[in-house]
Design a protein around this ligand. Structure first.
Ligand code: 5GP
Length: 133
């Protein structure tokens, strides 16, 4: 079982920002910017997004779109950037990153310090916006 499956099941704690029956979104523990969110299918552990069946693939992106709308409403930013890497965790996931500048999307940059209290407050703000949609 991957670490992200265990997060979706609640076996490992995470800062949840959105959830439906099949998909789960939570804050990246080492964010590129405050509010950096990961969006995953709960039950599909394949490490490569283009291995997903078409229906799951479309559903994941539709869910990610809603999360991005909520993220932009909760975290002031120019726009929400999207990336799919999967170089570290072998469980398909989409990165959603609140951007002020293009450089905020640089995965090699030094990551900002975000305290647990800040993570908690940001996650709660995104979840609140998500629940309005
Ligand atoms: P990728 O696999 O797309 O290259 O990167 C995986 C991302 O997952 C990284 O940005 C990393 O900070 C994040 N990450 C890795 N392990 C955990 C974890 O246990 N919890 C959370 N919330 N994020 C994680």
């Amino acid at each position: 079982m991957t670490i992200f499956t265990r997060i979706a099941k609640g076996e490992i704690p995470s800062y949840k920002v959105a959830e439906d029956e099949r998909f789960y979104a939570f804050l990246d523990i080492n964010p590129l910017a405050p509010g950096h969110t990961l969006v995953i299918p709960k039950d599909v552990e394949d490490d490569y997004i283009f291995h997903l069946d078409e229906e799951t693939y479309a559903g994941l992106w539709a869910f990610a779109r809603k999360v991005a709308v909520a993220l932009k409403a909760a975290v002031p930013c120019q726009r929400v950037g999207v990336a799919v890497l999967g170089m570290e965790v072998p469980h398909t996931h989409i990165h959603l990153v609140p951007l002020q500048t293009e450089g905020d999307m640089d995965f090699r940059k030094t990551r900002p310090e975000v305290t647990p209290e800040q993570h908690k407050a940001i996650a709660a703000a995104i979840l609140k916006e998500y629940e309005k949609l």
